[in-house]
Ligand binder design. Structure first.
Ligand code: HEC
Length: 209
């Protein structure tokens, strides 16, 4: 929109003024520059926001607005590194590595902040849910969207016990930590069924019959 509504129309006006032999109003150049600066710093944050909806741990958090602001700040800082790198090569400014470092530190800080607490496995933990019990819940709630026979969303399939085992940690993350699956309708899974996933995973995620 910045290019379409401000930068190109501004340029057209400048060209028209030049052709007509009239003085060029500098405001068009200034506006174009301003919008171009906005675009520069928002390139990475916008890409981030577009992809983030595939990563529930980024937007499921109670303070997800703060996660977004911090990630946008990190994106802008990293972009500043790229911008100033040209100046560095031309000898106009020092090496801009601190901007990249700040961006990366903020990114890593957010990741650590969002890290879920480790599951508390105690001796008094409820009995493990057996694979058979888990299998029954998954047949009912998961395979419609995760099977070679139907669709395999995000290339995740639950056709064999080995398939389930190989995704055990992701399953735990999606179902227990984020409470995101079944996708679009997490309420379809009762608390008891969700508990089955928790007990299964926290007791070793066995697929023995
Ligand atoms: C209505 C369809 C649907 C159902 C039902 C469903 N899923 Fe998903 N699942 C998806 C979609 C769509 C994605 C990809 C989401 C994305 O990219 O943001 C996904 C992704 C996943 C992933 C990968 C997540 C990642 O980013 O690592 C796992 C693991 C998963 N689902 C587990 C399950 C489990 C376990 C169940 C049953 C409790 C389930 N799903 C039920 C549609 C579904």
């Amino acid at each position: 929109a910045n290019v379409f509504f401000w930068i190109i129309p501004g340029q057209r006006k400048v060209v028209a003024a030049l052709k007509a032999g009239q003085p060029v109003d500098p405001v068009h150049g200034k506006r174009g520059k301003q919008r171009s600066v906005h675009n520069t710093y928002f390139t990475l944050p916008v890409l981030f926001a577009m992809l983030s909806n595939h990563y529930g741990w980024l937007y499921n958090h109670g303070q997800n607005w703060l996660v977004l602001i911090l990630m946008m700040f990190a994106g802008a800082a990293i972009r500043q590194f790229f911008v100033m790198r040209h100046g560095y090569k031309l000898g106009r400014n020092g090496h801009p590595w601190p901007y990249a470092a700040v961006g990366v530190v903020v990114l890593l800080g957010v990741v650590l902040w969002l890290k879920p607490a480790a599951p508390a496995v105690s001796a008094a933990a409820p009995a493990a849910a057996g694979y058979e019990q888990l299998h029954a819940v998954m047949q009912k709630h998961c395979v419609v969207c995760h099977s070679a026979n139907t669709v395999a969303q995000k290339n995740v399939k639950f056709d064999t016990p080995q398939d389930v085992k190989s995704h055990a940690q992701q399953i735990y993350q999606q179902v227990v930590q984020l409470r995101k699956m079944p996708f679009g309708n997490p309420g379809a899974l009762s608390d008891e069924e969700r508990e089955t996933f928790k007990r299964w995973y926290e007791n070793g995620a066995s697929i023995a019959p």
